[in-house]
Design a protein around this ligand. Structure first.
Ligand code: NAG
Ligand code: NAG
Ligand code: NAG
Ligand code: NAG
Length: 450
């Protein structure tokens, strides 16, 4: 922490530190300041969804199914050709419980604390609102807009309403409504409003962001996650919480995800000054502008095993439409556990890997490439060659132990949406700078134990 004298840590146990830093805040404000809050993995003991009896192999399988469901959702939203013919206007295939991390925010004035799913793949933050007919069961108290002094409905003729696109419509009172349908049949419908969102409510220096577009869901049906209330939109689009904190955080946020193997450690998300990566080992790659602006697109040019480049970039004119050749062909996502690379890159990668790994394979239903071993696999490092940055992935980014004798690859092929997922990002500080339009990676022990 010493590196960031102006970072405020918004967690009650560290309030002491916050108090000390507060003295410097007036100085810091002229240069901007930052703050940090917890990201709680859904399977960690701190999560309300924690199931202590879940076996590791089941956790992996559930995470894989969520990753695959999320890919379908992202694919639909990126309008990849295979979906262009689809007439269904469905916002997502994602089961609404599909994100991986909860984050605590407080809504309104006075602020009502609630847990939401922190989602870099969504822009609009939404929550269940009173009265709702029907509501899905929810453990935290339901937000009552009548009790908040800062809740304001948004007129139809407003930029925010237009930004909803097909997901927005107009009520008889000419106020803006949103309607999100998910692929599994779940629906959240209600008023588009602006509301204050407070981060770090329990700390001595909470940060309140006024006027954030929020979906107030009065009609919510389907398989939503009862532990939280809706979604916290951390995407790059203009409706997101990130965009509305712009003045405060200068377009900068970062997170540090702890590895799957240390579920008791807590991942962190940083904003503003805290999210500036510096020092040795920082590798930066451009953020590519593509539709929808929600997603954080980067370009995966190639992948290599050790120093061996695999394969040479596909340059056959016939293959120009190939995902492997597309600028902005990969999404950095905090809500997908596994990693996905274009099939054209995956195949030569897999054969090269099989040449160097002598360990026998083992079939694990649903999983990809797995090996039968009780010890660590001897495999060379994998380098993701991103534009302008070589991302050196360690064994823990690439392999995961499912059981005493099975270790599986965390990388899968896809013809839809390549994703750098949680496994690939673990133990990196991943910093987004929406002003400079870059994503940076710095190798870091995210458990903070060294
Ligand atoms: C904040 O305080 C409330 C009430 O004491 C508690 O339920 C909640 O877990 C706390 N949140 C954090 C992030 O510590
Ligand atoms: C809630 O939405 C569902 C699905 O769109 C609809 O059938 C139902 O009538 C709505 N309920 C209310 C009270 O508007
Ligand atoms: C994590 O914490 C739980 C109790 O909350 C404990 O039972 C478990 O052994 C811990 N796991 C690790 C890997 O330290
Ligand atoms: C893994 O290999 C051992 C022998 O080395 C064998 O006994 C065991 O059944 C294998 N496990 C699986 C799941 O195939």
């Amino acid at each position: 922490m010493a590196e960031f004298p102006y970072c405020l840590i918004l967690s009650s146990c560290l309030a002491w530190f916050v108090f000390l830093v507060a003295i410097e805040l007036s100085l810091a404000e002229s240069t901007g300041y930052g703050f940090m809050i917890d990201l709680i993995h859904r399977d960690s003991p701190k999560s309300p969804s924690y199931n202590p009896s879940a076996r590791l192999v089941d956790r992996h399988l559930h995470a894989l199914r969520r990753s695959l469901s999320r890919i379908k959702h992202l694919r639909r939203r990126t309008n990849r050709p295979s979906w262009r013919s689809s007439k269904k206007d469905v916002q997502s295939e994602l089961s609404p419980a599909g994100g991986e991390y909860y984050m605590e925010i407080a809504l309104g004035t006075p602020p009502l604390p609630t847990l939401g799913i922190a989602d870099t793949g969504s822009d609009l933050t939404w929550t269940q609102c009173k009265p709702c007919r029907p509501c899905y069961p929810q453990d935290p108290p339901i937000f009552d807009p009548k009790r908040s002094l800062t809740y304001n409905l948004v007129p139809c003729r407003s930029d925010a309403c237009h930004m909803l696109g097909n997901n927005g419509f107009c009520s008889q009172e000419r106020t803006c409504q949103y309607n999100y349908g998910y692929g599994d049949g779940s629906v959240s419908k209600g008023d588009l409003a602006t509301e204050s969102i407070t981060l770090g409510l329990n700390s001595s220096l909470p940060v309140t962001v006024p006027g954030v577009p929020v979906g107030c869901g009065h009609n919510n049906t389907g398989i939503f996650d009862s532990k939280g209330s809706g979604i916290i939109g951390l995407g790059g689009g203009p409706l997101s919480l990130i965009s509305h904190m712009d003045h405060l955080i200068q377009g900068k946020f970062s997170y540090c995800l702890v590895p799957f193997t240390t579920p008791n450690a807590t991942s962190k998300i940083n904003f503003g000054e805290c999210a500036i990566l510096s020092g040795e080992g920082v590798a930066s790659t451009p953020l590519i502008r593509k539709s929808p602006g929600t997603f954080y697109y980067i370009t995966l040019e190639s992948i290599s095993l050790g120093t061996k480049n695999l394969p040479p970039k596909i340059s056959n004119a016939k293959d120009l439409s190939s995902l492997a050749n597309e600028v902005g062909n990969m999404i950095v996502d905090s809500g997908t556990t596994y990693n996905f690379i274009p099939t054209e890159l995956y195949k030569p990668f897999e054969s090269a890997l099989l040449k160097v790994i002598q360990t026998p394979q083992v079939q694990v239903p649903e999983m990809g490439l797995c090996f039968n071993t009780t010890t660590d696999l001897a495999a060379p490092p994998v380098i993701l060659q991103l534009t302008g940055a070589n991302l050196l992935l360690k064994s823990a980014n690439i392999f995961t132990r499912l059981s005493d004798d099975a270790v599986c690859l965390t990388i899968f092929p896809t013809r839809d949406v390549p994703i750098l997922g949680n496994f690939g990002q673990a133990d990196f500080e991943v910093g987004f700078d929406l002003e400079k339009r870059t994503v940076s990676f710095k190798p870091t022990d995210c458990t903070g134990s060294s």
